[in-house]
Design a protein around this ligand. Structure first.
Ligand code: PLP
Ligand SMILES: N[C@@H](CCOP(=O)(O)O)C(=O)O
Length: 459
């Protein structure tokens, strides 16, 4: 399987090169040349354990990794999870809640980043050389990536987070990792600023090559790929339980990486009848799916901070498919967005952007009320991001298809929001252990050159 850039200016490359490259040299995002249709495999796949399924899905894309090696990488990655199913579904009210927070840092990012950390190490052992990761986080990618690569000898990791805009525990999960290869940078700006610094730095191809820079964000194709697996896994469970023919997924969304994985699973043949896209007040994506216009607004801070994002990185991958996989059309759309802060696409005959998607927005009051409602009625505590997804899912329930809501983080990561919603906090031993630990973090200006200088000084 080879990979191409959404911007069309890169010769196709293999899986391992795609993983190491991260962002394409032409500024585009990588996608497989063609998506396999897996319809015929679904029945057999539905009987597999999570690691077995992950191996089967990923092997279709990682064709330059020998099967035994890939099997080991996958098994090692999911051994670190604290639930035997890795990604269990639990019935809460009328929904199936897909718990994606059983990894080391208690967020869905672990599902892909445990694997990516091991994959980087594997490729570097085979090829030699070093990797310097530059990442941007609004709260969860950072700690999951750091835990995926901490202490790995050929890797340094530099993670930028927006100063004061993550939850205090999210910040501590990153800054309390004191391994020599881990560098936390608190940027005076928003997550969008951090992501922009990251992409601009990668865009300087000479600098990127000279310093062997790589990506742990969903820029990296391996992130999206590993995230497709839980769509298959959860859909199989819900279909078996209900006897339905299709499922719907509700996905709390910021950078459009998680829901893109669902979109790709559907394109590969998984019977998903609806993808319910849910945003908080940073609603550029829900506005897009309801109007056809993707228009920038200012980032606002919310109680679901990991979704406080305006420019959604993976939206470009979706737009590429919407543009009929025509890179020149995609480039025109992206150039227009860069110039005007807005782009529009034509609605279809039913007046929708895409019949597969519905979208909505849950603001702070709705998020709090949803956390309280499911706590009071079902005895289950949703994290604020998950609550946004559940709130929007309530508007799009279907009699024919079970709705699976992605639970993207453990509520204990967001103490204050949970206390405000239900009058008491929830705990997790991993987070309780961080109470008095030492932390390390450097403050840095919201400036590409300052970050580049920092990298050069610490690599
Ligand atoms: C807890 C949580 N929920 C939801 C999201 C949104 O996911 P995505 O950015 O892939 O849309 C994030 C951040 O990515 C997150 O950390
Ligand atoms: N919400 C994310 C933002 C970065 O997203 P990614 O999926 O591109 O890594 C975070 O928690 O950092």
């Amino acid at each position: 399987m080879n990979y191409i850039s959404t911007r069309g200016q890169m010769a196709p490359i293999g899986f391992q090169d795609a993983v190491m490259t991260g962002l394409a040299p032409d500024g585009g995002l990588l996608l497989p040349e063609q998506l396999p249709n897996v319809t015929e495999k679904l029945d057999a796949w539905s009987k597999l354990s999570y690691p077995e399924l992950a191996f089967e899905v990923i092997r279709l894309f990682a064709t330059d990794i020998p099967a035994d090696d890939l099997q080991k990488l996958v098994n090692d990655s999911y051994a670190a999870f604290d639930h035997p199913e890795v990604a269990p579904s639990v019935a809460v009210g009328e929904f199936e809640i897909l718990e994606l927070f059983h990894g080391p840092t208690l967020a869905f990012k672990d599902v892909a980043l445990q694997f990516l950390g091991n994959l980087f190490e594997y490729i570097l052992e085979k090829r030699g050389g070093r990797l310097n990761i530059l990442g941007a986080t609004s709260g969860d990618t950072g700690s999951a990536a750091i835990h995926g690569v901490r202490g790995k000898p050929a890797i340094n990791i530099f993670i930028m987070h927006p100063e004061g805009r993550t939850s205090p525990l999210q910040e501590k999960q990153m800054t309390s990792v004191l391994d020599d290869n881990v560098f936390n940078l608190a940027v005076d700006g928003t997550f969008d600023d951090c992501q922009n610094i990251m992409k601009t730095t990668f865009g300087d191809v000479g600098f990127k090559t000279e310093h062997s820079l790589g990506s742990v964000n969903s820029v990296n194709w391996a992130r999206v790929l590993a995230q497709t697996v839980y769509y298959f896994y959860a859909a199989f469970k819900a279909l078996e339980k209900t006897g339905a023919k299709t499922v719907q997924f509700s996905v709390p969304t910021g950078n459009f990486g998680d829901i893109l994985a669902g979109y790709l699973a559907q394109r590969m043949g998984l019977p998903i009848s609806k993808l319910i896209l849910a945003t908080n007040e940073n609603d550029i994506l829900s506005r897009f799916f309801n109007s056809g216009t993707y228009g920038m607004a200012d980032v606002v801070s919310t109680i679901s901070p990991s979704m406080d994002i305006q420019v959604a990185s993976n939206f470009e991958r979706y737009l590429y498919y919407k543009a009929g996989q025509d890179a020149s059309k995609l480039v025109a759309l992206m150039d227009g967005f860069k110039e005007n802060g807005s782009l529009s696409i034509e609605l279809n005959e039913s007046g929708a952007v895409d019949d597969l998607f519905v979208a909505g927005r849950g603001d702070t009051a709705a998020t709090m009320a949803t956390i309280k409602k499911y706590h009071d009625q079902c005895g289950y505590v949703l994290d604020p991001h998950t609550a946004v997804g559940v709130y929007v899912a309530e508007q799009f329930k279907s009699a024919d298809a079970p709705t699976i809501c992605l639970a993207t983080a453990h509520p204990a990561k967001f103490t204050q929001a949970i206390i405000d919603a239900i009058g008491k906090g929830v705990h997790h031993p991993t987070l309780d252990a961080l109470a008095d630990v030492e932390t390390r973090c450097d403050a840095i200006a919201n400036d590409v050159d300052a970050v580049k200088e920092y990298l050069v000084g610490h690599i």
